[in-house]
Design a protein around this ligand. Structure first.
Ligand SMILES: CC(=O)SCCNC(=O)CCNC(=O)[C@H](O)C(C)(C)COP(=O)(O)OP(=O)(O)OC[C@H]1O[C@@H](n2cnc3c(N)ncnc32)[C@H](O)[C@@H]1OP(=O)(O)O
Ligand SMILES: O=C(O)/C=C/CC(=O)O
Length: 269
């Protein structure tokens, strides 16, 4: 905890939650995106439609799911459809306004690696894989990405293209016949980034409170561009912080004893 009264990860989750609107239909990635989406639902966007890949539509979990298969999602959803319907009708049918994804590795054009670190055949680290993320990245109207900054995570060249962002930049998506916008927002623990309208390279548009340009550069593997008019992200409000902390506390209590809960719980917010 810094003297600011909130952690960088809390700032990240809350900044990410603010990006969502009540009329969004959001396809939620497990992990950091899930925390942000539910904070949005529990604060300024109660009418938001949250969708998880297991087919749960309009879900309102009381605790964060560890997986898309958690019963909590189905129990609180308006309805649950089959996974083929979720992908073919809802996602590929253009009915998702925001796909919210995490990343283990990311490049400056918003291409995501969640498959492998190192050589594919002889990996240094085998990651969870793509799951539905590659399809979410191309079929959602827009993509938001959230991840904590590190030199190993934000790299010049990702080791594997799991989910396509803006490719080599510019009009690469259009040239491939992909007619959705792709990544339009990146929220890290230090800053908010948006793609340059022409090159599509992520540019810092807002620094979180207390964060310097140098700190952003030190934790990023490419040479960072900053907007001419750089803003400061507003601090979390008491309501936002309390909502996030209560959600995490409920989640930790609910998943107590499950092997992954302690580790994941500490990273989700
Ligand atoms: C709808 C859907 O949900 S689609 C699902 C598809 N899956 C995703 O999108 C997953 C997205 N999330 C990620 O990629 C995350 O970064 C995850 C799951 C790989 C890791 O999440 P967390 O546990 O929160 O992150 P954490 O940073 O602690 O990494 C855990 C381990 O993963 C490995 N790892 C993660 N990122 C990297 C990286 N960039 N380079 C090397 N190893 C890495 C390491 O082994 C790390 O352990 P370590 O910190 O002790 O070295
Ligand atoms: O299969 C997927 O796409 C997502 C998986 C995330 C999970 O529930 O573990």
């Amino acid at each position: 905890m810094s003297e600011l009264g909130f952690t960088p990860n809390e700032m990240m989750t809350i900044a990410a939650s603010r990006a969502l609107k009540g009329d969004d239909v959001c396809f939620v990635g497990i992990g950091a995106p899930s925390a942000a989406c539910n904070v949005a639902r529990l604060t300024h966007a109660p009418e938001i439609t949250l969708i998880y890949e297991s087919g749960t539509i309009g879900t309102a979990p009381d605790v964060l799911p560890l997986s898309i298969g958690d019963g909590e999602l189905c129990d609180t959803a308006i309805t649950t459809v089959s996974v083929p319907e979720m992908f073919r009708y809802w996602l590929q049918g253009g009915r998702i306004s925001i796909g919210f994804l995490g990343a283990a590795q990311l490049d400056k054009f918003g291409n995501i690696n969640t498959t492998v670190i190192g050589d594919y055949a002889h990996p240094k680290t085998r990651l969870p894989g793509g799951g539905g993320a590659p399809e979410i990245a191309t079929s959602s109207q827009e993509i938001y990405i959230t991840m904590a900054q590190s030199k190993r995570g934000m790299v010049d060249k990702i080791d594997f293209y799991t989910s396509f962002g803006h490719g080599d930049g510019g009009d690469h998506r259009q040239r491939l016949g992909i007619d959705t916008k792709g990544p339009t927002l990146l929220i890290t623990d230090l800053a908010i980034w948006k793609p340059d309208p022409a090159t599509k390279e992520f540019t810092v548009v807002s620094l979180h409170p207390g964060v310097t340009r140098e700190k952003v550069q030190e934790t990023c593997g490419w040479t960072v561009k900053f907007a001419d008019k750089l803003e400061e992200t507003p601090e979390p409000t008491q309501l936002e912080l309390q909502t996030l902390r209560d959600l995490k506390a409920r989640t930790d209590a609910a998943h107590k004893g499950e092997a992954v809960s302690a580790k994941r719980g500490s990273k989700d917010g």
